[in-house]
Design a protein around this ligand. Sequence first.
Ligand code: MCN
Ligand code: CUN
Length: 795
Amino acid sequence: TGPATREANPSATAADRPIGFGRIQRKEDPRFVRGKGRYLDDIVLPGMLHGAILRSPMAHGRIVSIDTTEALAHPKVHAVVTGKDLEALNLAWAPTLSADVQAVLATDKVRFQGQEVAFVVAEDRYAARDALELIDVEYEQLTPVVDARTALAPGAPVVRDEMEGRTDNHVFDWEAGDAAATDAVFARADVVVTQEVVYPRVHPAPMETCGAIADYDAVDGKLTLYETTQAPHAHRTLFAIVAGIPEHKIRVVSPDIGGGFGNKVGIYPGYILAVVGSIVTGRPVKWVEDRSENLMSTSFARDYIMTGEIAATREGKILAVRTNVLADHGAFNATAQPTKYPAGFFHIFTGSYDLEAAHCTVTGVYTNKAPGGVAYACSFRVTEAVYLVERMVDLLADELGMDPAELRLRNFIRPEQFPYPNKTGWEYDSGDYEPTMRLAMRMAGYDELRREQAEKRARGELMGIGISFFTETVGAGPRKHMDIVGLGMADGAEVRVHPTGKAVVRLSVQSQGQGHETTFAQIVAEELGIPPEDIDVVHGDTDQTPFGLGTYGSRSTPVSGAAVALAARKVREKAKLIAAAMLEARPEDLEWEKGRWFVTGDPTQGRTMPEISMAAHGTIELPEGVDGNLDAEVTYDPPNLTFPFGAYICVVDVDPGTGHVTVRRFVAVDDCGTRINPMIIEGQVHGGLADGVGMALMELIDFDEDGNCLGGSFMDYLIPTAMEVPDWETGHTVTPSPHHPIGAKGIGESATVGSPPAVVNAVIDALEPYGVRHMDMPCTPARVWAAMQGRATPP
Ligand code: MCN
Ligand code: CUN
């Protein structure tokens, strides 16, 4: 299987380039590579002021008093806002995306280090920061809840004591699967393996931090809000609900986004404070957080303590998986995920295997840490699920003395079992796992690698080979099952073909680097035969785009991509009626070829899209019921999610003296169904693999016993650079989604989801001579070295 479908020479003329799907260069890149992107901080409005946030120095404390007199006296300060001021406006607390509330500015207590305490609006960013130092806050320090394992212990400090009658830190209990059936299968299994598996707290850490510019016009009552957001329409509705400003008076603009990775799904206090600042001062107010603020206060990811159990026969037939999870949600439950699923889509932990039973329980707890959850290319907690099951399968292989590739191959769901109803309530739409796995093994030279490993082991060298085979569930809704704060998960798209045959497509989703301006033009191009360069993609402005829930959970292609394809097909059908009128033929006698309707049996009698679009806006008499344009609009409610999958193989070398891990090779074979732009897909996979290596080897948001965040800068929170990653070896198979109009599944998070277990499995495989069965991420040199000494954590 070759890597690419169609190669395009970038210097080729438009006529040589593929019309539709294929490897075309990104339309947005001329702007980005010339430094002409327009990010939030590039926007300067006349008379704009600057906001800065005073944050809590401690994890848990009661606010005794706040004195803002000196800050207000600063000559460049226009306003200082505290929780008390917000209380008067009923804005001190805002609803989260998970039916909880979050303090916009603390009123009673601070509940995590870095929490928002006061907001200063000043002439410039420097003055605003200087004035923060002039605010005098007296705190009474309280004992924090730092370890989720102790959050439910009797007598633990209560994080959310502002809630009526609350005496503990319990957030929710949730379960999926059949407990009794699973217990019964475990009871008769030959082999059961149990392991606690921790997916630690990490951070999406996009290149651009979060920010907002609010511009409230008191005369016409209109709020224009520039925001780093992945979901402009959802944000607009939430602002309408929270601020009481009607939607038609709110315009949310999401400019170019410098990476989101889930970090820009939520509504942060800073965004709300920019709005308050603008209303109070009557001027536009910009707020942009710095790197430490981003790492310490905005949506973290993971923080799942999972106890996994896997049951199998002695011959290696996997029978069941069960797990209990303790989920650390921080001080407020601000997780972004569909209402029905407090643990996101974690119940895909049944993986790619044909199980007899499965069951999970998830318990969420409050701690004195930053709120958020799910963010970071997670497909709504599929990261945690895949990590759990792929670690458990490796542990089982170890227990049975079986090759981990062989064990997986024996247990895959077979192609004829699709659509496959799994044991926790999903219906996997399509899959053909074995060829994908075999391709990865062939590309890696699996048997040869095992031989090399045996030779090296004999010499005392530590080489590891790690496998991960993942199945994701991406593309939320359907809306009857899925909503976020009551908004059903569907997406709108609008296609307009102008008189001269050029087109514009308007989206409800928002690119943060995924190349939507290219791939969504390609979808229209494929359907209408209009070259992609003649199609403009408009997104990120609620005044210009149809309603929809936005970009996260790799849902843009599965949901919005479907909406675009169907809207384009509507245009094509309308074009058919107009072409028939032009040709004086019956519509049913016309046939389509890319870009043209022609009379069946007489290809010379036809009309091209530009001819038809001119006629639609022209003077010919249009058929009954056809109005004078070539436009269409669709809101797509997906019938099911899509289930992309992939096989990843990682080869590592571990330095026996230092415990340092080098990722020597990484083979990734992905199947995301129909591929719109293979180059963009490879880019998504490369980025996600780097994320995965980062999480597996170095990324960690840790806390000391007082709840101080130890990952608050890029000196402490390590992210991988080109030095730490190998040359990725990518391949693909194509198993289209049967329910998606073009057969495409999502790809944006696959590699982040699928790669961490491959890396960790490789590290543990390398440490086999030391009898290491498991270690928790990140596999830093200190931790690997400790594991080699038989210790769980470094001294
Ligand atoms: N694509 C394709 N063929 C397919 C599937 C996708 O050509 N069969 C293309 C799409 O058209 C799109 C890109 O690949 O241009 C990713 O598509 P999709 O899988 O639908 O994911 P989204 O566009 O919804 O992107 C969201 C996803 C998420 S949730 C995170 S987190 C993440 C990711 O994308 N954040 C990113 N990739 C990122 N890439 C960049 N550069 N920056 C981020 O912040
Ligand atoms: Cu979970 S990170 Mo992406 O879904 O925006």
